[in-house]
Design a protein around this ligand. Structure first.
Ligand code: PLP
Length: 400
């Protein structure tokens, strides 16, 4: 009989995946389900990136590469950090992995001992808490709801720090709230960290290139250079270049940490796929105009979704600065009754009602550690979004 490792006891199956699987199953059975759950751009990977991968394959770049990524890739990452962020990382301060997910995993495996704490402002991307737990650490979830604009405040950070705190994990623009920290938003938090020299900072900049309006992206190691020797700057090509399936993420940080992360990588993946590495070189070194085009398209969809949600009674949705998610409050719907006679008690009840009765899949705030909210991923066509919003509107109007 199979006996599961105790290490997995505190790990939950991601609710995003369960909802996605249920929606896909309903679709297979013929229901016209619209899935607004997945966190990936609907665009295709740009042609010049695919071409670079094909060329690499034909040229025989199909063998093991260096641990942490090829020289060409690390040079492209180095140039990216200089160009976009004004950050100078040496080549041995850079590591590439199989998605930013591996980078986060390697970093926590390389740095956490049992009982070590990682401060995670909540709502947070679902995987953070479980990656930290698998690595033996304790996520310290600090609620930051719409009362703080979904942002961590200096007071809440200070209050969460203990002698066991090893990391603060920040994500801007964020999944699921789409909230961005400007340089001014970061400043008070970084000042707290300056007073706590043992606390390191992991900055997940995955959605750097998907920002809107006047919001200006900033990254902590650039905003506060005095912290650079304890910041890991994490990024990847998945969202910016619509390359989720290529599995390529990267980070810049202090050499001692990068070396320890490479030890973890050497005994797990060895390195990301050689072909994906060649594709990422083309993405990072190639024409960047595609980023602005896609940003404009995402912004039009954001506006469509936010406006429609705010017109629904019982739902309030702040305007996100970035990423491709809305995170709306649905407190005004709780306690109401569906036409089928069910009283909605939680955000998960509302999301199940949307999926079962109206065939729209969205994810409850619960999956991101905070309720009552729901996340829409609007990285889908405007036509599908309009149809989904009309169904959500109908579902809300039918509540009594
Ligand atoms: N960080 C955030 C905030 C994300 O939303 C995701 C993906 O959903 C990732 C990291 C991981 O990206 P990948 O492993 O595809 O590079």
């Amino acid at each position: 009989q199979f006996r599961r490792a105790r290490r997995l006891d505190p790990i939950e199956v991601s609710e995003i995946l369960t909802i996605g699987a249920k929606a896909a199953e309903m679709k297979r059975e013929g229901a016209p389900v619209i899935i607004l759950g997945a966190g990936e751009p609907d665009f295709d990977t740009p042609e010049h990136i695919k071409e670079a991968a094909a060329a690499a394959m034909r040229a025989g770049e199909t063998k093991y590469t260096a641990l942490g990524g090829t020289l060409a890739l690390r040079q492209a990452i180095q140039a990216k950090f200089q160009r976009d962020n004004g950050l100078d990382y040496a080549l041995d301060e850079i590591v590439a992995g199989t998605g930013a997910k591996e980078i986060l995993f390697d970093a926590f495996m390389a740095s956490l001992n049992p009982g070590d704490e990682v401060i995670v402002p909540t709502p947070y991307w679902t995987s953070y808490s479980d990656i930290i737990r698998i690595a033996g650490g304790e996520p310290v979830l600090v609620p930051c709801g719409d009362d703080t604009g979904f942002r961590l405040t200096a007071d809440r950070l200070e209050a969460a720090i203990t002698p066991r705190t090893r990391w603060l994990l920040l994500n801007s623009p964020s999944n699921p709230a789409g909230v961005g920290y400007s340089a001014a938003d970061y400043q008070p938090l970084l000042e707290v960290l300056l007073r706590h020299p043992d606390v390191w900072l992991m900055a997940d900049d995955m959605y750097e290139h998907i920002t809107y309006g006047s919001f200006e992206f900033a990254t902590p190691a650039q905003v506060e250079p005095r912290l650079k020797d304890r910041v890991l700057t994490v990024n990847g090509v998945s969202k910016a270049y619509a390359m989720t399936g290529w599995r390529l993420g990267y980070a810049g940080g202090p050499k001692a940490l990068i070396d320890a992360m490479k030890v973890v990588q050497s005994q797990s993946t060895s390195h990301p796929s050689s072909i994906s590495q060649a594709a990422a070189v083309a993405a990072l070194n190639g024409p960047q105009a595609v980023l602005a085009e896609r940003r404009d398209s995402f912004q039009a969809r954001r506006d469509l979704v936010v406006e429609a949600l705010n017109a629904m009674e019982g739902i309030t949705c702040p305007v996100p600065e970035g990423a491709f998610y809305t995170f709306a409050n649905c407190a005004g719907l709780l306690g109401k009754r569906t036409p089928e006679g069910q009283v909605l008690e939680t955000d998960a009840d509302f999301c199940a009602y949307l999926l079962d009765q109206h065939h729209v899949a969205v994810v409850p705030g619960r999956a991101f550690g905070i309720s009552p909210y729901f996340r829409i991923s609007y990285a889908t066509s405007e036509a599908e979004l309009r149809e989904a919003l009309s169904r959500i509107g109908g579902a809300v109007a039918a509540l009594r």
